[in-house]
Design a protein around this ligand. Structure first.
Ligand SMILES: Nc1ncnc2c1ncn2[C@@H]1O[C@H](COP(=O)(O)OP(=O)(O)OP(=O)(O)O)[C@@H](O)[C@H]1O
Ligand SMILES: Nc1nc2c(c(=O)[nH]1)N=C(CO)CN2
Length: 231
């Protein structure tokens, strides 16, 4: 997804959380100071593939999550889902993170040549400054939710998990399989619950644009607000 399509939805997210667009842009520029060009051709293998999008809800610990991830052609792991899957001997093709929970895992993955999709936003600049210099930069794709600039890219999406889904979509995934997603998780705090509501809404938008049906939304399918780009 290009920024022109993402922008009106991004503005709705900014509005709802009261986030400052200028702070996201400054974070992007900080990330660009550490980023180097990332070979996007490394994601060509997602085209036509069944891609597991691993979220970090409690159900990622279930044996069935690891099994379903293993059965997919490729696995994109959000945040701490990477640790759980690696511990279950499931290879991951990329980790998508905003560096807030397990940056050491991201560092290790980058050292071993696994792409780390590291997101910079207005509220994680200290983590960007601390961790991006420690990663093996050729294996890091820096991302932004603001307008992309320099070596910092954007494919749509907000939370780590839904950004992984937008990335898979951007690179032509044929099918998305969601593991470790608990959108109605009663154990999360109110801010996280709000982020998960946005994740659900964004996935509903993505599935509608793809003329798809995501299994993860079967329990409660959010409606796509009128006016969101559907071309
Ligand atoms: N119950 C859940 N709890 C946490 N994450 C979930 C859950 N269900 C799905 N997810 C997905 O897994 C990802 C896990 O990443 P993580 O918990 O680090 O979130 P995040 O996007 O960095 O948000 P936060 O700012 O709250 O840390 C989330 O971004 C979300 O997309
Ligand atoms: N400005 C800002 N942007 C974000 C934030 C956040 O807390 N602040 N959290 C995210 C993932 O949870 C994604 N993007």
């Amino acid at each position: 997804m290009n920024f022109e399509t993402w922008e009106p939805v991004y503005e709705a997210v900014l509005d709802d959380f009261g986030f400052d667009r200028g702070a996201d842009e400054r974070a992007r520029d900080v990330a660009d100071g550490f980023a180097t060009p990332f070979d996007l051709g490394r994601f060509d293998g997602l085209a036509g593939a069944t891609v597991a999008i691993a979220g970090a809800g409690p159900s990622i610990e279930n044996a069935s999550a690891a099994r379903r991830a293993r059965e997919a052609d490729a696995v994109l792991a959000a945040s701490t889902a990477a640790d759980v899957l690696l511990a279950a001997d499931v290879a991951i093709d990329a980790m998508v993170t905003d560096l807030d929970k397990n940056p050491e895992t991201a560092r290790r993955l980058s050292e071993s040549g696994v792409p780390v999709v590291a997101h910079a936003h207005g509220d994680n600049v200290p983590a960007v400054r601390e961790w991006l210099p420690r990663f093996r930069t050729e294996h890091v794709l820096a991302t932004t939710q603001a307008r992309p600039r320099g070596d910092v890219r954007g494919f749509g999406g907000f939370t780590d998990g839904d950004r992984a889904a937008f990335l898979a979509d951007h690179f032509g995934a044929a099918e998305l399989v969601f593991v470790g997603w608990d959108l109605e998780d009663p154990t999360v705090d109110p801010t996280k619950a709000r982020k998960l509501r946005w994740a659900g809404r964004l996935l509903a938008w993505l599935e509608a644009r793809r003329c798809d049906r995501f299994d993860v939304l079967e329990e409660r399918r959010p409606s796509v607000p009128a006016g969101w780009p559907m071309e």
